[in-house]
Design a protein around this ligand. Sequence first.
Ligand SMILES: [Zn+2]
Ligand SMILES: [Zn+2]
Length: 296
Amino acid sequence: MSDGEAAAVALQAGGGPAGPADADDPQEAPPADAAAQGLQDIAERLMSSGHERPEQDACPICFDLIGFPVAVYSSINQCCMKVICIGCILAARQRGIYDRCPFCRTPLPRDDPSKLEMIQKRVSKGDAEAISFLGEQYLYGNLGLSKDIPRAIELWTEAVDLGSVNAHYSLGFVYYNGKGVEEDKPRGIHHWQRAAMKGDVDSRHNLGRVEHKNGNYELALQHFMISAKMGYEVSLDGIKDMFKEGHATKPQYAEALLGYRDAVEEMKSPQREEAKRLRCLYSNLQKTSVGERGQR
Ligand SMILES: [Zn+2]
Ligand SMILES: [Zn+2]
């Protein structure tokens, strides 16, 4: 962990030491003024970056961003690990494509062992998203695997090194909530910060919740504003609640509402609307999702 990242954790932890995660960090502590500067830089970077969702949040067929909750409005196929929107799945079915991936045209796996085999193949090639996805399967004991959170953490740590934003979110989830691992909130926050700076909406929202819980209403509002403007309704609701509590102004709530509506409008398409109406047909396509991602 770099000094800057350690500073970020310290910032979120209320300025204290960076936590047990850094106990083995061989780097010497920076001088006090450098540390303060580091905190300032991180705080600025945290709020000024990650206002756009990562590339993999867009459907690879229609190129539009997928609506929330992502797990409801899309499906992930193990063949290519691409998240495909329900509009494009519907369009493919209307063209008679039922048994192949609408993106890479690979025949869809029929059972859990075949799905696992496909994932493992991509994992062995160093596919960050496949490695992160396999971690999720270990978290819940899906696809016939035994629940194994240490293994999930190992996989997410590897995926993070390969650039996976999802793996950062998942590590944040288990460490912050102490799911199958000793609770380590600063460490969880650190991972959510890394993901939020790359545009992960759930992580951004969770950082808002953390700040709200700590009574840092201005920071909470800034986080919620970013994710609400990315079309995340839960964050918009957060701002609405803050407005009712007197921690946000009416113009701030109005700004969030307008930004939210624009983002939602951009994620709509006639195909997606039709697929939404027929959503019951797709219930069997929903992917697993860490901590019911996007549904809080
Ligand atoms: Zn699409
Ligand atoms: Zn595919």
